[in-house]
Design a protein around this ligand. Structure first.
Ligand SMILES: N[C@H](CCC[C@H](N)C(=O)O)C(=O)O
Length: 277
């Protein structure tokens, strides 16, 4: 089976994107892992499928698979690449589309400067919605790791996030704490682990150890989660620039039950074709 794909990235978080409308794409978890593998396959953090919608209030359906082969609910950098792909492949002439995901509808919009803004929906703090095992909802929680306890905010951007403040992002214990937080038993569906350094009320630096992918150069939903957590804790204003290792994202959240929006770039690197057994 030969499949055409586009290799794309959003601030260095990279994707293999398949048009599953004009070609039949049915992949096992093992095939996803093979495609994502950076030596024997194409290499990517996540694999994205562009499909026809299954509900009449959406223009497309968006499925996301982590490099470990698991399908997940949401991907922010991927949503911008989705918009760029749909526009460049002339699958839609609209500058704003409604995209069905496993966690609801998101709305990417192509901006005049070529960046893409995505309404990522309303953040959720209810532990049941994350899911996170805790007696009651709070702004922060103490999470026991091996030989240390960290203070996190836990929330969902459609996918689960655990975000902590650090003094210096360059020396943050991402490699040591990331895997422990990702697989922590209090997160039954695992979790993305964010490490946020607050520069001032409009600027943060962020690293994310992603569920199912490890540390990536950027995480769109992680940027949304970090800013929402920082605003909720009174540390940040409503519009924040997030400096990830792979580039800059701008996040806006007006608080309470309003949607969080993310603006940033999306790039197509090359087109390819892969032969799958
Ligand atoms: N690893 C994430 C999915 C990709 C999220 C990230 N690449 C983004 O841009 O939001 C998860 O398992 O929930």
């Amino acid at each position: 089976m030969k499949l055409r794909f586009s290799k794309m990235h959003g601030t260095g978080n990279d994707f293999v994107v398949f048009d599953a409308i004009n070609q039949r794409v049915e992949l096992s978890a093992e095939q996803v892992r093979f495609i994502a593998e950076r030596h024997f396959g194409v290499g990517c953090d996540q694999l994205l499928l562009v499909e026809r919608p299954t509900r009449n209030d959406a223009d497309f359906r968006y499925r996301i698979f982590n490099a470990d082969g698991g399908e997940v609910e949401q991907c922010g950098n991927g949503a911008r690449c989705f918009m760029r792909f749909v526009h460049d492949k002339k699958l839609s002439r609209q500058s704003e589309i409604r995209v069905e995901t496993a966690s609801g509808i998101i709305q990417p919009r192509l901006e005049a400067d070529g960046r893409i803004t995505v309404n990522m929906g309303t953040p959720h703090f209810d532990p049941h919605d994350i899911p996170f095992m805790v007696d009651k909802c709070a702004l922060t929680y103490e999470l026991e790791l091996e030989g240390e306890t960290v203070t996190i905010s836990a929330l969902s951007i459609g996918n689960p996030h655990a975000v902590q403040y650090v003094d210096d992002i360059d020396t943050a214990p991402v490699a040591r704490q990331g895997p422990q937080i990702e697989a922590h038993p209090r997160f039954p569906n695992k979790v993305n682990a964010g490490f946020m350094q607050i520069v001032d009320r409009q600027n943060i630096r962020l690293r994310v150890y992603e569920r199912g992918a490890g540390e990536t150069l950027a995480c769109g939903t992680g940027a949304c989660a970090a800013v929402v957590a920082g605003i909720s804790r009174g540390s940040l204003d409503a519009t924040v620039h997030v400096a990830a290792r792979g580039g800059l994202l701008t996040i806006h959240w007006a608080g309470a039950d309003t949607p969080v929006s993310m603006t940033g770039p999306a790039a197509n690197v090359f087109e390819g074709e892969i032969e799958l057994g």
